[in-house]
Design a protein around this ligand. Structure first.
Ligand SMILES: Nc1nc2c(ncn2[C@@H]2O[C@H](COP(=O)(O)OP(=O)(O)OP(=O)(O)O)[C@@H](O)[C@H]2O)c(=O)[nH]1
Ligand SMILES: [Mg+2]
Length: 463
């Protein structure tokens, strides 16, 4: 992506489209103050950085006022981008904020590309690449846990610190090798065994981080929890009760839910996507067959499964078969409000069934709300196994994970080369150089255009 050069003053709407209390047009670049002044009724009021100004903006074409606005002026380098910046807070109307932006462009500003403000912050040294990426994570965070991790990284540069440590360790090892390769007469050949050990230590550290990050992805992407069971077991009712919303259709007719339905809620600060599915049974109806196939697929894909069984009915074979799943299971004895009714008998017997040995079970009624907390607690317990901020530091994105995996492959290559005494030392330095380049890219030093493009492509205009 071609960003404007830093001498160009850029402008964009920084708030989402729509009607709201306030909208923000942001300007960055050497002329941001001048552009703003051109629109102000009392331009002299914009005199000091950091002093909030209230004024009217005027449409220069007809002299009519546009809005009473709040102006936040910043002087370089003390701003988000590191340049002169003005943030114009208008009232949050779709047409109004567009008009203010248009007038800024007419007064000399250029429309910013997506992510261009943050890109400038990086170019001007206000943020490094890993902080830039956590700005993005913060904006896209769906739950409290991800918000805290992203903010922690912006604040503490945790990821940069970690990558820097790897970089230093690898660089020192490589330097020891190169010293001997370049000056064989003056520098003794370093002990290959010792070098190998040192590299293995760094490699192990990288692998621990990768494993930790793979395990923690639900904090970023959410956890899928499928509800499965027989038709009429009350899956959709439970789905609605957990979401506290009448999202799914519920009827006394077996086979009501056909397609899978998904909805996301937060549990312990982590996004949890509930998946309601069609009741499992053999059917000649083509639509229902497809629904059942989708239900099975949804359960196979989910991280957790809630098996819903109507406790007034015998448990059908298809429901028992769900116990074969690999994902952790909670067996929900449903319709607990009917427990005293005549039909409760079969379930009593089933509860003692040896097939349920070691399976967590709970008694739930979606009608009365009984046991709903227990279901949420169980999901919460599964989330307790996710590492906390102290252990994790920062949650890598998929791009960063792929890059760090490539670092691990290069380190393994160097370890393997060192393990073969007959191979010249030079051969072990090649993968180390590759590993250093990969780390440099992650840190945003010498980051290629392509890498920056992937990062900034996810930004919105105005950030
Ligand atoms: N007494 C009682 N009835 C319930 C409860 N939950 C659901 N029902 C009833 O059971 C019937 C089926 O409920 P649904 O939620 O549609 O069941 P489902 O498992 O989604 O059914 P399908 O979509 O057909 O697979 C409805 O008449 C509900 O009112 C409950 O906790 N107690
Ligand atoms: Mg249903």
């Amino acid at each position: 992506m071609m960003f404007n050069d830093l001498e160009t003053t850029i402008a964009a709407i920084a708030t989402p489209a729509g009607v709201g209390g306030v909208a923000v047009v942001r300007l960055s670049g050497p002329d941001s103050w001048a552009v703003t002044k051109a629109l102000m009724q009392h331009p002299k009021r914009l005199a000091d950085a950091g002093r909030v100004v209230v004024d009217w903006l005027v449409d220069t074409r007809d002299g009519q006022v546009l809005d009473q606005v709040v102006l936040l002026p910043f002087r370089a380098p003390n701003s988000y981008t590191g340049q002169d910046v003005v943030e114009i807070q208008t009232h949050g109307g779709r047409a109004l904020v567009q008009l203010v932006l248009q007038r800024c462009l007419a007064a000399g500003a250029t429309l910013a590309h997506a992510g261009e403000f943050t890109h400038r912050a990086m170019v001007c040294g206000r943020l490094n690449l890993t902080q830039t990426e956590s700005v993005l994570d913060l904006i896209h965070a769906q739950g409290e846990r991800m918000v805290k991790l992203a903010a922690h990284n912006m604040h503490q540069r945790t990821l940069a610190g970690l990558l820097e440590r790897y970089w230093q360790a690898i660089q020192t090892i490589q330097a020891d090798m190169v010293a001997h390769i370049d000056f064989p007469d003056e520098v003794d050949e370093p002990d290959r065994g010792v070098l190998q050990c040192r590299l293995e230590e760094t490699l192990a550290d990288v692998q621990v981080q990768l494993a930790l990050n793979h395990r923690s992805q639900p904090i970023r992407d959410g956890l899928r929890v499928a509800l499965g069971g027989a038709p009429n077991a009350g899956k959709s009712s439970l789905f609605n009760r957990l979401l506290q919303s009448e999202r799914a259709i519920v009827t006394p007719q077996a086979g009501t839910t056909r397609d899978t339905l998904t909805e996301t809620m937060l549990v312990a600060g982590v996004p949890v996507t509930l998946v309601d599915t069609a009741g499992l049974r053999t059917s000649t109806d083509d639509i229902e067959q497809q629904g059942v196939a989708r239900a099975r697929h949804a359960m196979a894909e989910s991280a957790l499964t809630l098996i819903v069984a109507d406790l007034t009915q015998p448990v059908p074979a298809e429901t028992w078969a769900l116990l074969e799943q690999a994902a952790p299971i909670l067996w929900v004895w449903h319709k607990a409000d009917l427990i005293d009714c005549a039909g409760a008998g079969p379930a009593e017997a089933c509860r003692l069934d040896s097939r349920l040995e070691g399976v967590e079970q709970c008694l739930v009624s979606s009608h009365t709300g009984q046991g709903i907390e227990a279901v949420l607690d169980w999901i919460g317990q599964q989330l307790d196994t996710l590492p906390d901020i102290g252990e994790l530091g920062y949650l890598l994105s998929q791009r960063q994970i792929r890059q760090l995996e490539a670092v691990a492959v290069e380190l393994q290559g160097a370890v393997d080369a060192l393990a073969q005494p007959r191979l010249p030392l030079d051969l072990a330095t090649v993968p180390l150089t590759n590993a250093l380049l990969l780390l440099q890219e992650l840190l945003g030093r010498d980051a290629s255009e392509a890498v920056l493009d992937t990062v900034y492509a996810r930004f919105c205009v105005g950030k």
